[in-house]
Design a protein. Structure first.
Length: 79
C-alpha cells in the first residue's frame, strides 16, 4: 500500500487514465474527486461489500424456498 500526503488541489495519477484529486480535507474526512474512463468501475468498498452480502442472502433464501417446495411436494405426493 502506498501512503502519501496530499493537500487540497493536488492530484494522484493511477495508471494512464485515472486521476484522483483531493478536493477538501479536515481532521475527520477527505473529499476526493476521481476522473476515470467509463470502462473503469469506481465504487466505494462498503457498497461492494453490501452488494456481495445481499447476493449471498438472496441465494440462501432461494435455496430454503426450494427445499420448502420440495418438502411440500413430497407431503402431497401419493405413493
Amino acid at each position: 500500500m502506498l501512503v502519501i500526503r496530499r493537500r487540497p488541489g493536488e492530484v494522484l495519477l493511477v495508471g494512464d487514465n485515472v486521476e484522483i484529486e483531493v478536493l477538501d480535507s479536515s481532521p475527520s474526512y477527505v473529499k476526493l474527486g476521481i476522473r476515470a474512463p467509463k470502462s473503469v468501475m469506481v465504487m466505494r468498498k462498503e457498497i461492494q461489500i453490501t452488494r456481495e452480502q445481499n447476493l449471498e442472502a438472496s441465494h440462501a433464501v432461494a435455496a430454503s424456498s426450494s427445499v420448502k417446495q420440495l418438502l411440500d411436494s413430497l407431503k402431497t405426493a401419493k405413493p
